[in-house]
Design a protein around this ligand. Structure first.
Ligand SMILES: NC(=O)c1ccc[n+]([C@@H]2O[C@H](COP(=O)([O-])OP(=O)(O)OC[C@H]3O[C@@H](n4cnc5c(N)ncnc54)[C@H](O)[C@@H]3O)[C@@H](O)[C@H]2O)c1
Length: 286
């Protein structure tokens, strides 16, 4: 099923689940790139770089002066990304759940860049099963390989280049699904595993001067040109979707050693309060 149809179907599901009134009444202030993160002269790697969040994160790093190695399995989408940014983005096509492909990409990166300042993992996938009890073994394997194994393999392969700079930042993109009840148990379990991996890698890589953190977004969408988003009364901040800018800013904060030099092993939830709000309903809030 094409990704746009899946997104629309999931959007419909979430609107129903969170009792979202689809009349757009809330105005988002589009976040300006106001927080000054200077990445001039620095090199970063973004996995899943051709996707919705990955391409926004690549663009933010490029705007801040960085040179970006963009990794993804989709060759055509990577070419499109490169055409937008010229020689500031170097693309690498690879299935990042394949250990040998990861080693080849790491070797290519090492040939061009001896030191890496940040590594952001957007690689991930969900096939949005409708029946949580009928998920096939193949689906479980693919979801765990893409959301958990891939970031683990890439982080290990690039640890030497990350340890060549002071306080390099690794940022995982986990999900609120890994923290609260989820309709997609395989995806939620893989993301919860990634949260745990974040904490353990933070400990194991700290002696090498590498910080490891995560951003856990709620349902994320690009902001509309009018800056509006449907109201969701049961979500504490009444937003039905997180604008991609909010996730990008959180990622840049955690990646940047100047902004978060003493933060490691943490997960920053960017979900408009969905997780804490759902917990409140148990107390009779509904
Ligand atoms: N968009 C959301 O609402 C949302 C919310 C919470 C968490 N997330 C997480 O954020 C990350 C990015 O989400 P997105 O919305 O940009 O998704 P997306 O599908 O647009 O992007 C994911 C990218 O990963 C790539 N990819 C998948 N498998 C791969 C593999 N084996 N090797 C290399 N590349 C591979 C895809 O080609 C794609 O470009 C994902 O990990 C997702 O689970 C997204």
């Amino acid at each position: 099923m094409p990704i746009r149809r899946i997104r629309r179907a999931v959007g419909r599901y979430l609107r129903k689940r969170l009792a979202i009134n689809t009349t757009p009444t809330t105005t988002w202030q589009v976040l300006s790139p106001g927080v000054e993160h200077s990445w001039s002269g620095r090199s970063v790697v973004v996995t899943g770089a051709a996707g919705l969040l990955g391409s926004e994160i690549v663009a933010a790093f490029v705007r801040s002066g960085a040179r970006v190695h963009a990794l993804d399995v989709r060759d055509g989408a990577l070419l499109e990304l490169a055409s937008r940014h010229g020689d500031r983005v170097i693309t690498h096509t690879a299935d990042l759940a394949d250990a040998q492909a990861v080693q080849r990409s790491a070797a290519e990166i090492a040939r061009r860049t001896t030191a890496l300042d940040a590594l952001v993992h957007c690689v991930g996938f969900n096939d949005y099963p409708t029946d949580p009890m009928s998920i096939t073994a193949e689906s479980w394997q693919h979801i765990v390989a893409t959301n958990l194994l891939a970031p683990a393999l890439v982080t290990s392969a690039l640890a030497p280049a990350l340890s060549a700079v002071q306080s390099a930042g690794v940022v995982m993109i986990t999900s609120v699904n890994g923290r609260a009840a989820s309709p997609w148990p395989h995806y939620a379990a893989a993301k919860a595993g990634l949260s745990k991996l974040t904490r353990d890698l933070a400990v194991h890589l700290a002696p090498r001067g590498i910080r490891v953190n995560a951003v856990a977004p709620g349902w994320t969408e690009p902001i509309t040109p009018s800056g509006t988003t449907p109201r969701a009364p049961r979500v504490p901040l009444t937003r039905s979707a997180i604008p991609t800018d909010a996730v990008v800013n959180a990622v840049l904060f955690l990646a940047d050693p100047a902004a978060s030099p003493c933060t490691t092993g943490q997960e920053l939830v960017v979900d408009a309060g969905v997780e804490v709000g759902l917990a409140q309903t148990v107390d009779g809030y509904r």
